[in-house]
Design a protein around this ligand. Structure first.
Ligand SMILES: C[S@@+](CC[C@H](N)C(=O)[O-])C[C@H]1O[C@@H](n2cnc3c(N)ncnc32)[C@H](O)[C@@H]1O
Length: 325
């Protein structure tokens, strides 16, 4: 039987998971301040550039952002923006604003995260005109649904929910008019690993069963059974952050299996070292000139321990299985 203490522990480990959102934001803020990529909006979610991050970390974030954006943009272009994006565990991510600036806005962009994170994000949007203006510009009526834990406009929706509670998630997304008939791309960056394998499998199954034409892009750890992976796990545990789903981060095959066993038709996965070598090399050469890197081997090891896995199902025969690097 569960005791009060079990619940207290559960809460504190969830709190450590929520804190990872600030890590991601401050790393992205630092890397953009160095010129790795351009993001004029991240400054509104992270007060200062913060302490210096190692060049390996900056290059790792560069590969992550460019890799995920490559697949996301390919999906949006394939559907000519006639689609939906659902960013799960979005944290303080700024993709909505980038897509608006690049004329790549989908019919609707959804984000989901824990209610406390969502409340912080909504507060930032409400108080910073460069964030709220694009939302208002893409909304057709005077009224926009807004409260402390949710925001719903014509093109952008933020929902506070626990991704492990699927009936609540489903209900909230439908209330905000998630359209099951529209091609939909799910994005999760370092999120599924914080759920148990059965919780994340249920989530990706729910996504495949809800949408008939869809893609799921998942970025997270891989090759975690080796020594370097063990050190990564220990470092997170020291911060009380438990990788409940680390089992699925054993290999590229175990990453693909999560999708192939849950109603997705096709799945691919690459480690980030491979993705890095497939990104436009002119830009890679540019960012490699930004900071001197002492230990190329450490960068390689780091990149070999993260991956992008993407899965598709394609009732409309759009050719989604061909989307790749
Ligand atoms: C490492 S952060 C990444 C944030 C964002 N995807 C990015 O790359 O900047 C992980 C995010 O997943 C969210 N998250 C993890 N488990 C969740 C759950 N069960 N329900 C809702 N959000 C969750 C956390 O709150 C956090 O914002």
């Amino acid at each position: 039987m569960a005791t009060r203490r079990d619940f207290a522990d559960l809460d504190s480990s969830d709190e450590a998971v929520r804190a990872t959102c600030d890590d991601a934001t401050s790393c992205k803020r630092f890397a953009t301040s160095k010129g790795y990529w351009n993001d004029p909006y991240i400054q509104y979610f992270s007060r200062s550039v913060g302490e210096r991050k190692a060049p390996e970390i900056n290059r790792g974030y560069y590969a992550r952002v460019k890799g995920v954006n490559h697949l996301l943009d390919a999906f949006i272009q394939k559907t000519e923006c006639n689609c939906q994006v659902v960013n799960i565990g979005a944290g303080l991510d700024t993709t909505f604003w980038r897509l608006k600036d690049e004329n790549l806005l989908p019919k609707k962009f959804f984000e989901v995260d824990f209610p406390t994170i969502v409340a912080r994000k909504i507060h930032c949007i409400k108080t910073k005109p460069p964030l709220s203006k694009p939302l208002i510009e893409t909304h057709s009526t005077d009224s926009l649904t807004l409260d402390a834990h949710s925001l719903n406009s014509d093109r952008f929706c933020i929902i506070g929910a626990d991704l492990r509670d699927l009936s609540n998630l489903d209900e909230k997304l439908k209330k905000c008019h998630l359209n099951p008939e529209l091609p939909t791309v799910f994005v999760s960056e370092c999120v599924l690993v914080y759920m148990t394998p059965s919780q994340s499998s249920n989530l990706v199954r729910w996504a495949a069963e809800t949408l008939h034409t869809a893609m799921f892009i998942s970025y997270e750890q891989v090759n975690m059974s080796d020594r370097f992976g063990q050190v990564m796990i220990e470092n997170l545990q020291r911060r009380h952050c438990n990788l409940a789903g680390v089992e699925i981060c054993h290999s590229l095959d175990s990453q693909k299996d999560r999708f192939l066993k849950t109603a997705w038709e096709h799945a691919d996965a690459l480690d980030m070292m491979t993705v890095y070598s497939m990104l436009p090399q002119e830009d890679v050469a540019r960012i490699e000139r930004l900071e001197f890197l002492d230990e190329r081997e450490l960068l390689q090891q780091l990149l070999q321990h993260y991956s992008i896995c993407w899965a598709t199902k394609d009732k409309l025969n759009l050719g989604l299985a061909q989307l790749a690097f």
